[in-house]
Design a protein around this ligand. Structure first.
Ligand code: SAM
Ligand code: SF4
Length: 314
């Protein structure tokens, strides 16, 4: 279905839990209050919403969180989503630290590929930014995902000035030998621990690694580049310096059943308890409610999302 600005909505991002085993300093530095049992959508409720979304033209679902893999039975949920008629792709966004033992099961459940978040290649810095996470666990997860065929693997790295900008060349170097996509994401002002001094535009990457060559636009949110002899590629996701609202094709579902027409707006529409035509009509209303673009978003103007990134799923 098209929204009011002629954008075809084909992509649903589903946050399956607010909870996470890490405490990233830009996301949920203080942890989260556990939702009461029953507040989180059940697998059946999520699947029913995906079925309705598929009837309106959604073809791709991303399972996210919080950390989706802390939710017990996540592969079973992925299997249920993948079986929905019309759904062609089920992806997962994860911090990767719990992925290694589950990668093969996720692949068998129908997951197409995974995005794994990793903000430093240095074990001490990784522990510092994630509030105690082990880099080795994330690397094990990346390896297991590759072995299981959850590919092409995309790695997400949030650019944080004064923290990991010195590692930009090392991250880019990963794409020389491996067919991965390394995506640098501009830090969004969502209420984490970093102020405007930490914001770096995506163009910083091009200044630090001038040998990167542009690739044709593939219609996604990332501007793509590659090293001259690179097997993989580098993506720049710049929600602040070059927002991509004009091609936004997505809707978001929070773990307690609110549809968010726009990541950076506090407007939410509850779908909980709705079925059949009422559920379809609520989804249509959320699609129609998508704004042309989000309000001003920069270091001085924080996101109007009204909730933490862990409750929306990125
Ligand atoms: N726990 C999973 C993970 O970390 O990949 C999935 C949820 S996490 C909220 C999804 C993505 O949002 C991650 O890549 C994370 O780095 C990114 N993210 C969280 N807060 C952010 C912020 N303030 N600015 C930019 N990206 C952010
Ligand atoms: Fe957890 Fe992902 Fe947020 Fe980090 S970015 S605290 S891994 S939800």
């Amino acid at each position: 279905m098209k929204d009011s600005f002629d954008r075809e909505i084909t992509y649903l991002r589903v946050s399956v839990t607010d909870l996470c085993n890490l405490r990233c300093r830009y996301c949920m530095p203080d942890g989260v209050c556990k939702l009461r049992h029953g507040d989180t959508l059940s697998f059946e409720e999520i699947t029913e919403i995906v079925e309705a979304a598929a009837k309106l033209g959604v073809r791709k679902v991303r399972v996210t969180g919080g950390e989706p893999l802390v939710r017990r039975g996540c592969p079973a949920l992925c299997r249920m989503i993948a079986a929905v008629p019309g759904i062609e792709e089920v992806d997962l966004t994860t911090n990767g630290t719990l992925l290694a033992p589950l990668a093969a099961e996720l692949k068998a459940a129908g997951v197409t590929r995974v995005n794994i978040s990793i903000d430093s290649l240095d074990p001490a810095k990784y522990a510092a930014i994630t509030g105690g996470g082990r880099l080795a666990d994330a690397l094990d997860g990346i390896r297991a995902a590759a072995e299981a065929g959850l590919s092409p693997i995309k790695l997400n790295t949030v650019l944080i000035g004064g923290f990991n900008d010195d590692e930009i060349p090392s991250f880019v170097e990963l794409t020389r030998a491996a067919p991965i996509e390394l995506r640098f994401i501009e830090l969004m002002p969502m209420g984490g621990r970093f102020g405007k001094e930490a914001y770096l535009s995506g163009d910083t990457v091009l200044a630090r690694v001038p040998e990167l060559q542009p690739l044709p636009d593939n219609g996604g949110v990332a501007r793509l580049y590659r090293l001259p002899d690179g097997k993989g590629r580098v993506g720049l996701i710049s929600p602040l310096s070059r927002h991509f609202c004009a091609t936004c094709n997505r809707l978001r579902l929070t773990s307690e059943g609110h549809l968010k027409p726009c990541l950076h707006s506090e407007q939410e529409i509850s779908v909980r308890g709705k079925h059949g035509d009422e559920l379809l009509e609520t989804l249509r209303a959320a699609i129609r409610a998508k704004p042309r673009m989000h309000g001003q978003l920069d270091a001085e103007h924080p996101s109007a999302a009204g909730r933490g990134m862990n409750t929306i799923g990125g």
